[in-house]
Design a protein around this ligand. Sequence first.
Ligand SMILES: [Zn+2]
Length: 199
Amino acid sequence: MNAYPPVLNNLIRRLSRLPGLGEKSAARIAMHLLKAPAEETEALAENIRQLRDKIRTCRICFHFTDDEVCPVCADPARNTGELCIVESTADLLAIEKSGAFKGRYHVLQGVLAPLDGIGPDQIRIKELLSRIDSENISEIIIATNPSSEGEATAHYILQLLKDRPVRVTRIAYGIPMGGDLKYTDRITLERALRGRQAF
Ligand SMILES: [Zn+2]
């Protein structure tokens, strides 16, 4: 039998669906919120409410932004000839933090995962091809994660690009197979980008 009042119970259930949270941590967060000052919890609720209204994806690269075009795409100092392909905004931010890349990005918003029903149409592949055809891009750096899905996606993109006049490189990984860009330290990421190789 569950002894929590329904409101608390619902909150715990919802929180426990969030990535990385099990039921125990969900209950701990719910208890914390229950004791937190009203302004804190109000601000948190308001923040969550605003997420969908205020945040959208950049119309060029699909990075999350609160504007039509993200700050990276809007920055005239970025090298428009280099395009780095990443899986997610979190990976983009990890590379940005390394400071090793001054080109622009394309966020796939996922990787190919046929078993989960995610094919090329579910990620931003079509948009990638139209960018390559319309922007003056000379090098594509594939920075998908060294997971089996990330590798499969990288190879898929390589196949698609083989007849286009563009140099394709893959970042070098000091990152172990199965690792994740967003959890990789700045130095390793910087080295991985500088050591990129023809793919
Ligand atoms: Zn952008």
